[in-house]
Design a protein around this ligand. Sequence first.
Ligand code: SF4
Length: 311
Amino acid sequence: MFRKICEKAKRVEVDWFGGEPLLSFDALCAMNDKFTILAKQSEVEYCHSITTNGYHLSEEVVTYLATTPLSVLTITLDGPPDIHDACRPLKGGGPTFWTILKNIKNAVASGLKVSIRVNTTTRNVDQIPELYTLLAEHGLKNKIEVNVQAVVSSPANPCESHCLSGYDFAHRALAIYKRAAKDGWVVLPPTEKMRALGFCVGEYPNRFITDLNGNLYRCGQMFETGSVGRLGSDGTIHLDTVPNDLWVKKDPLQFSECRDCPMLPICMGGCNMKRYHKPGCDYCLDWKHDLPEFLEVLVLNEENIRSASSH
Ligand code: SF4
């Protein structure tokens, strides 16, 4: 598939995702090295990114990654040590937080771009400000990004009882961002990069997630239930038109509620997974529920971006 894509594309990006991709680090290196060679032969720009729990981000791994075209390393932290260790213990029990934090500091010191993803539920939402404080105490303020993301219950990850509704999440996340922004954190991208904040990568026609069997998906929440096609044994992509078109041909103007909504075009019609596969679920861009607060955070954020770039 990679070779075939290189025949047509100018740029190819790969995101290593799991499970936990660093448990198969040798396989990741072998494929990444091969992709680098194939892209170079085809004069195609190549970069990759990794979403990892960060526990196996050893010095050896960081040293390798620093030699590769890595665009971003996304590491999941669910809160300060007690919360994170309760949510993400080792398989046999035991803490993980301090090992991950050491690995993050090492990755940042090696020049890798690190983004922390905080999967937010009712279990950890109150403790996220403590995580910002702790990261700042360890010298990481504005050297890493911190993204507060809502966990969505799905067939692949059923967890309805811990999920925050879109409305609750918007209020809580904005309060967290506002507090962090008042402490000088850059909490959001610059406004000029927000033209389509709700536009999901699942809507790019040429972007897929593949599982181990070559089934193709548009959303990580849709494994096993929402395939949009499959890879042939020769690397050809075979798409199922009906489910695939729901993602790539969505026009927000076809929805009456979107036509009059002030969040258009920033939102672009909301989350497809929720809109089409979770009837009754709130698919709107979260910030719609608290737009004045969102704008306040944006203003604080712009000041912090200016101040961070002047240092
Ligand atoms: S916020 Fe909701 S109504 Fe507004 S554009 Fe997005 S999906 Fe449509």
